[in-house]
Design a protein around this ligand. Structure first.
Ligand code: Z16
Length: 834
C-alpha cells in the first residue's frame, strides 16, 4: 500500500559493485563536467539561469562526490577489520563551513578554482554562500569538531554522535547596542553535506512506569512500560581526513513523530491534536540550548540528551556490529567518550539495554558498561556540573532512575569497604544529592562508570583532582588523567591563514600540517630578516583582509597600522570581558582628563566578539556597555583616532577564521582557576599573535612552551586567588585605594557612555564594586601595567615579529592530532588502522 520495506533485506550483489563507484577524474575538465551535471540534474537549472545558491549547492555536491567512494570504502574496511571504533558522544559540534575543508581534504581547491573560472564563476564568492552549521555554543562544540577532524586524518575509526538541531546557535544582532537573538535557519537554503537515512530510524521511549515479572527461566526481571516515544532519524555527514583517503562519519539525529504516537489520536478523530503531537515530538531536536558552561536544567534538554544517546547506542549495536556479535565483548569494538556530562545518561541506558533487552545479569552488564565509557570534564564551575532532579528523571526515564539508584548502592558499598564507617564521606560521594532537592549528580555518575576521567589542560586536571572530585581521586587515583586540548591545524592554520601556511611550507616543507611539532623547524627563521619581513607582510595582509570583511559584513572601519587587540569567546563573567573594558575606559579616561596626551597612546584597535546566553542578564548588560563605550570612544576627537573599539555581531567559526590570523594580541584573561583550557588561546598563538593572559587553563602550557619573554603574564595565580577568597575579598577596597581604577568606574557611573543616564550600567558596575566574583578589580592594576609592557614591545616591531614567529614555532604541541594521540594512549588504548 505504497509503503517501502525498511532496512536491509538481503545482500544484493553485482560484479561491478564489489568496489564502490570510482572517483571522478582529478582534472579541470572532469570537474567542470561533474559540476555542470550537478547543476543540471540536482538543481534543475542551466548555468546561465542559475543563482549563486544553485551554484554553491552544485559545487558542494561535486566536491562531496569526490569523497563518496572513500567514504564507502572506509566503512567497508572498518567493518572488515572489526577495528575498535571511537564513539564520540557530544551534544554539540561546532563544525564551521564545510566546503573549504572538503576542498582541502580532496586537494581540489586549485582544480575547482580553475574549473569555476572557466564557467565565469568565482570560487571565493561561492564559498561565501555557505551558512555554517553552528550546532554548538563555543569551546566544547568546536573541540568536538577538531577531534573528529584529527581522528579521520590519523586514520582512526570514529563515529561522532550528536543532534541535528534544526536551529543552531542563535544569530546575534545589536539594537541600540543590546544583543537581540534571531533564529539560525542554517537549513533554509539546502544542506548539501548531509545524508538522511529515514529507513534506519530508531524508536526512543519516554515516560511511563516499570514492572517486575518472572521470565521463562524463572528469573525476576524488570520491564519498562513507556508512555510515549519518538523516532530518531539519522543524518550522516562526511568527516574527511586530510589527503589520506579516510572519510569517517558524523551521525546526527533528528526527532520525528512515530506513527503509533499519533494514530491513537487520529482514530479518536482529533486531527488537529494529532498534528500537535507531531510537533511535540519534533521539538526534541528543534533548537540548541544556547548556554555555554552554565546549562539550564530544562526538561527538554534532558529529553535531547537521552534522545541522541539512546539512538546512538542502538545504532552501533544494531548497525555497526555484525549479526550475532556477543555483547559481552562490546568494549573490544567501541569506546564511548562522554563529552562533558551532557551524554552521561548513556551509562544507565547501556545497562538497561544489556539487562532488560539482552537478558544480562546486573554484574555482567556492569562489567561491560564500566569498560565502555570514559569521561571528559570541561569545567570547574560548580554551576556547570549538571544535576537532574530525581522527580524529573523518574518521570521521564523511570527505569534509568532505578538503575542509577542501584549503581549508587553498589558504589557506596565499595566506598564503605575502603573507608569503613566514614558516613560523611559516603554522603559526600553519593551520586544522589539531597539539597536543594534530590538529584542525580551526572559528573559523579560519569566518574563512577568511566574507565578514565580527564580534564582538558594540565592545571585543570590537577584542580579537578584536588578540588572538584577529591574523594574520587583518593579512591581511584589511577582513574584520573589529563589530555590537554588542541585545535586542528587544517582549519585554523591552512584554511584560515593560507599566506602564513605558504610561508611556513616554503621554509620547512609541507609535513607540518600533519605533524605540527615540526613547526619547531621555524625557530632559526625568527632571526632571519627576510623571513621576518615576509612574516610581518603576511600579518599586514591578513589585517587588510579583515578590514575588507568587516567593512562589508558590519560596516566597521578598521584603521590602518593599529595594534590589533582581540578578545573573542563566549561572554561569561569568569572570562572577564569587563576587565578588558576597564582597560579601554581607563586609557580613554586618562586622555579625556588630560593625564595622558593622545600622542602617548599606542594606536590600538580592540576587537570583541561574544555571544551572551539569552537568559544571562549580566552578560547581556556587559555587551550593552561594551557597545556604548565603543560608540563614545570611536567618535571622541580627544583620542585622535588612536583608540578604537570594534564589536562585530555574531562571532562564529567563519568570522574566527578571518579574525584570528589578523590579530597581534590575544586576550586570555580569565580569573586563574576558572577557564578549564581555552582553545582560542591556541589558535591565536599558532597564527602568530602574542598572548596577554593569566596563569589559567592551557595558557600555562602555552607560556611554558613559548617562553616568558614571548608571553605577557599578569594577575594572580590560582593559589593566590584561593588565598584571597579565603581571606575575604573586598572589591570596594581596590576602588578606594586605586585612583585610576576609581576614575575609570566613576566615568561609567557618571552616565558619560549612556547619554547622561547614570544608572544605565548599574548592574555591571555595582556587581564589580560589591561582589566581583571573578576578582577583576584585584587584577586590574597588574593588567594595565602589563598592557604597558605590551605597548613597549610593540614599539619595537622587529622584536615583536620575532616573538610572534617563536609563538608559531613553539606551539605545535597544540595540534588536536596530539590530543588524539594522547587519548589513544592514555584512555582509549587503541591505535590507527593499518
Ligand atoms: C564549554 O564550551 C566548555 C565547558 C563546559 O563545561 C561547557 C561548555 Cl558548552 C569549554 C570550557 O569553558 C573551555 O575552557 C574549554 O576549552 C572548552 O570547553 C573545551 O574543553
Amino acid at each position: 500500500s505504497g509503503h517501502r520495506t525498511l532496512g536491509p533485506t538481503s545482500t544484493p550483489t553485482h560484479p561491478l559493485a564489489t568496489a564502490p563507484v570510482g572517483m571522478p577524474a582529478h582534472s579541470v575538465d572532469g570537474f567542470v563536467r561533474e559540476f555542470l551535471h550537478e547543476l543540471n540534474t540536482n538543481q534543475g537549472v542551466a548555468l546561465s539561469r542559475s543563482s549563486a545558491n544553485d551554484q554553491y549547492l552544485a559545487l558542494a555536491s561535486t566536491v562531496r562526490n569526490y569523497l563518496m567512494a572513500r567514504w564507502l570504502e572506509t566503512s567497508r574496511r572498518t567493518r572488515e577489520a572489526k577495528a575498535k571504533t571511537i564513539g564520540y558522544l557530544s551534544a554539540e559540534y561546532l563544525l564551521g563551513r564545510q566546503l573549504g575543508n572538503a576542498l582541502l581534504a580532496t586537494d581540489l581547491n586549485e582544480i575547482a578554482e580553475k574549473g569555476l573560472a572557466l564557467c565565469g564563476l568565482d570560487l571565493v564568492t561561492l564559498r561565501n554562500q555557505e551558512v555554517e552549521p553552528g550546532l554548538g555554543n563555543g569551546g566544547l562544540g568546536r573541540l568536538a569538531a577538531c577531534f573528529i577532524d584529527s581522528l579521520a586524518t590519523m586514520d582512526v575509526p570514529c563515529i561522532g554522535y550528536g543532534i541535528r538541531y534544526e536551529y543552531g546557535i542563535f544569530r546575534q544582532t545589536f539594537v541600540d547596542g543590546r544583543q537581540v537573538e534571531e533564529t539560525d535557519t542554517w537549513l533554509a537554503l539546502g544542506s548539501p553535506w548531509e545524508f538522511p537515512h529515514p529507513e534506519a530510524s530508531v524508536q526512543v521511549d519516554f515516560g511511563g512506569h516499570t514492572e517486575r515479572y518472572v521470565d521463562a527461566d524463572g528469573e525476576e526481571r524488570t520491564r519498562w512500560v513507556p508512555s510515549w516515544n519518538v523516532l530518531g532519524v539519522p543524518y550522516n555527514y562526511m568527516v574527511p581526513g586530510y589527503l589520506n583517503g579516510r572519510v569517517n562519519t558524523l551521525r546526527l539525529w533528528s526527532a520525528q513523530a512515530t506513527k503509533a504516537f499519533d494514530l491513537q489520536i487520529f482514530n479518536a478523530g482529533d486531527y488537529a491534536q494529532a498534528v500537535r503531537a507531531q510537533t511535540f515530538a519534533e521539538n526534541i531536536s528543534k533548537v540548541l540550548y544556547p548556554e555555554d558552561s552554565t546549562p539550564q536544567g530544562k526538561e527538554l534538554r534532558l529529553q535531547q540528551q537521552y534522545f541522541f544517546v539512546a539512538c546512538s547506542l542502538r545504532d552501533f549495536i544494531d548497525n555497526e556490529l555484525e549479526e550475532g556479535f556477543d555483547l559481552h565483548n562490546l568494549a573490544d569494538r567501541i569506546t564511548y567518550q562522554l563529552n562533558d556530562t551532557h551524554p552521561v545518561i548513556a551509562v544507565p541506558e547501556l545497562m538497561r539495554l544489556l539487562i532488560d533487552v539482552r537478558g544480562f545479569s546486573w554484574d555482567e552488564a556492569w562489567e561491560v558498561t564500566s569498560k565502555c565509557f570514559n569521561y571528559t570534564c570541561h569545567t570547574l564551575l560548580p554551576e556547570a556540573l549538571e544535576v537532574w532532579s530525581t522527580e524529573l528523571l523518574g518521570r521521564l526515564l523511570p527505569r534509568h532512575l532505578e538503575i542509577v539508584y542501584r549503581i549508587n548502592d553498589q558504589f557506596l558499598a565499595e566506598v564503605d569497604k575502603t573507608f569503613p564507617g566514614d558516613g560523611l564521606r559516603t554522603r559526600r560521594m553519593s551520586i544522589i544529592s539531597e539539597y536543594p532537592e534530590r538529584g542525580v549528580r551526572m559528573a559523579y555518575l560519569a566518574t563512577v562508570a568511566a574507565g578514565k576521567v580527564n580534564g582538558v589542560a594540565a592545571l585543570h586536571s590537577q584542580l579537578l583532582r584536588d578540588k572538584v572530585l577529591p574523594d574520587f581521586s583518593e579512591l581511584w587515583p589511577d582513574k584520573f588523567t589529563n589530555v590537554t586540548n588542541g585545535v586542528t591545524p587544517r582549519r585554523f592554520v591552512k584554511l584560515a591563514n593560507p599566506k602564513l601556511s605558504d610561508l611556513i611550507t616554503d621554509a620547512i616543507g609541507p609535513g607540518w600540517l600533519t605533524n605540527l611539532e615540526r613547526l619547531k623547524e621555524l625557530e632559526p627563521y625568527a632571526d632571519d630578516p627576510e623571513f621576518k619581513a615576509s612574516f610581518a607582510a603576511v600579518k599586514a595582509s591578513n589585517k587588510q583582509r579583515l578590514t575588507a570583511l568587516l567593512k562589508t559584513r558590519d560596516d566597521i572601519d578598521l584603521p590602518d597600522g593599529h595594534l590589533l587587540d582581540v578578545m573573542v569567546k563566549r561572554l561569561h563573567e569568569y572570562k572577564r570581558q569587563s576587565l578588558k573594558l576597564l582597560h579601554i575606559v581607563s586609557l580613554y579616561e586618562q586622555v579625556l582628563s588630560g593625564k595622558l596626551p593622545a600622542s602617548a597612546l599606542t594606536p590600538r584597535t580592540v576587537v570583541f566578539g561574544a555571544k551572551a546566553a539569552p537568559g544571562y542578564r549580566m552578560a547581556k548588560d556587559t555587551i550593552h556597555l561594551i557597545n556604548k563605550v565603543a560608540m563614545k570612544v570611536n567618535s571622541a576627537p580627544e583620542v585622535e583616532g588612536r583608540l578604537k573599539v570594534a564589536f562585530p555581531a555574531n562571532y562564529n567559526v567563519t568570522l574566527a577564521e578571518k579574525l584570528i590570523p589578523a590579530a597581534d594580541l590575544s586576550e586570555q584573561i580569565s580569573l586563574a582557576g576558572m577557564e578549564a583550557s581555552g582553545t582560542g588561546n591556541m589558535k591565536f598563538a599558532l597564527n602568530g599573535a602574542l598572548t596577554i593572559g593569566t596563569d589559567d587553563g592551557a595558557n600555562v602550557e602555552i607560556r611554558q612552551l613559548v617562553g616568558d619573554k614571548h608571553f605577557f603574564l599578569f594577575g594572580m595565580d590560582e593559589p593566590a586567588v584561593t588565598e584571597l577568597g579565603a581571606k575575604g575579598y573586598h572589591p570596594g577596597a581596590y576602588y578606594e585605594s586605586n585612583p585610576q581604577l576609581r576614575a575609570t568606574l566613576d566615568l561609567i557611573l557618571s552616565g558619560h557612555f549612556s547619554d547622561g543616564d547614570p544608572h544605565a550600567f548599574d548592574s555591571v558596575v555595582f556587581n564589580l564594586l560589591h561582589q566581583d566574583r571573578f576578582m577583576a578589580l584585584a587584577d586590574f592594576q597588574s593588567y594595565v601595567d602589563t598592557q604597558a609592557l605590551v605597548e613597549q614591545r610593540y614599539a619595537d616591531q622587529d622584536a615583536w615579529t620575532r616573538s610572534a614567529i617563536l609563538n608559531v614555532a613553539r606551539t605545535g604541541y597544540f595540534s588536536s592530532d596530539r590530543s588524539m594521540r594522547d587519548y589513544l594512549q592514555r584512555i582509549w588504548h587503541t591505535s590507527p588502522m593499518l
